[in-house]
Design a protein around this ligand. Structure first.
Ligand SMILES: Cc1cc2nc3c(=O)[nH]c(=O)nc-3n(C[C@H](O)[C@H](O)[C@H](O)COP(=O)(O)OP(=O)(O)OC[C@H]3O[C@@H](n4cnc5c(N)ncnc54)[C@H](O)[C@@H]3O)c2cc1C
Length: 311
């Protein structure tokens, strides 16, 4: 299958749904999106936001002038005027109706990262129907990594999905698309800010989905602590017992923590891990210490504490 070209799509917000305290679902619509190349699972796209001090109208004009050459033109744009790019998951796509849903985390409002808001999160918190924006994605339907999809489990074996709130859209989309037989051998662990965030309806089709709310009656857990604990318990009893030995192999560069096998090996377990880069590193270390080969593990830093998304 020929790889798609990536291009800009001019979109308008047609629906805003507050799903729970930490998530807002935004439906992007537009005739342009009829040509969007949806591929399901954890497919990622770029959301393009106006540079500080510029308007959505100027953004649309700029992106229109880029044409197919959007990336070099974006790179070449002088810094303060360069539109902002952020990465998001396609929670659902209905190309025939020209619609794409994206679930935005409203971060920075509380917890250990209180105050760490960002332009995309702020934009989503204030979005109303009629707002205009640009997304970047593939220009034709297809399947696989060229479409921004990393979920690629081998046939058979247990499936483990681990993520913080930024991975919730991807994990929910994956669970909803699983065949019932595959769902039976799937466990998903999702850490979210609070209990109400755990009430999102997900058709998990028989998969074991465990929500881990950080904020509870006894206070608030550190970001990632519940995930790491849950993964450790899940793997307990496996040989060798997983540990978080700081001396163990792992001086990975957190900025570039994107460790996805080229070819997935078939085996007893396939693990998909995404979220804050330091947490993903810790989970990855545990899973590897339990003997999982690298080719059965996809580990992706979706964001990094204290750092704005670079691209
Ligand atoms: C493949 C992929 C798929 C993704 N899918 C989604 C998705 O569907 N929904 C979603 O909400 N996010 C998703 N993300 C994460 C999202 O891209 C980042 O959270 C992004 O940094 C948000 O941009 P911003 O402008 O709000 O904040 P930025 O300007 O990038 O960052 C500003 C500050 O906020 C902090 N920050 C960023 N994100 C968070 C967070 N979640 N919690 C606490 N502090 C944070 C940063 O550390 C920084 O200090 C995805 C990332 C990747 C790589």
């Amino acid at each position: 299958m020929e790889a798609p070209a990536y291009r800009t799509f001019a979109v308008e917000v047609s629906r805003v749904q507050r799903l729970c305290p930490s998530f807002v679902r935004i439906t992007f619509s537009g005739d342009d999106l009829v040509g969007f190349g949806a591929c399901g699972a954890d497919q990622r796209i770029k959301v393009v936001l106006p540079a500080p001090g510029t308007t959505a109208g100027q953004l649309l004009e700029t992106c229109r002038s880029w044409g197919q050459d959007w990336y070099p033109r974006w790179l070449a744009a002088p810094e303060p005027a360069r539109p902002l790019l952020r990465t998001y998951t396609v929670r659902a796509a209905r190309p025939s109706r020209g619609e794409v849903d994206v679930d935005f985390v409203l971060h920075g409002t509380s917890g250990s990262h209180a105050g760490a808001s960002g332009p995309a999160s702020r934009w989503a918190a204030a979005a109303v129907a009629g707002d205009r924006l640009v997304v970047v994605g593939p220009d034709r339907p297809g399947q696989g990594r060229a479409w921004g999809r990393e979920w690629a489990p081998p046939p058979g074996g247990r499936l483990l999905l681990v993520g913080d709130e930024t991975a919730v859209p991807a994990v929910c989309a994956v669970l909803e698309a699983l065949e019932p037989e595959a769902a039976q051998r799937t466990v998903a662990l999702l850490e979210v800010p609070c209990e109400q965030d755990a009430l999102q309806p997900v058709a998990s089709g028989g998969a074991q989905l465990r929500w881990l709310p950080r904020r509870g009656p006894r206070g608030e857990a550190q970001h990632g602590a519940l995930l790491v604990g849950a993964v450790r318990s899940l793997l307990a009893g496996q040989h060798p017992a997983p540990s978080l030995d700081p001396g163990a192999e792992d001086d990975v560069d957190l900025d570039l923590l994107w460790d996805v096998p080229e070819a997935v090996s078939s085996g007893d377990l396939y693990a998909w891990v995404a979220g804050e880069a330091g947490v993903v590193r810790d989970v990855r270390r545990l899973v590897k210490a339990a003997g999982l080969p690298r080719a059965s593990l996809a580990a992706m830093g979706y964001w990094r504490a204290g750092r704005t998304e670079a691209a």
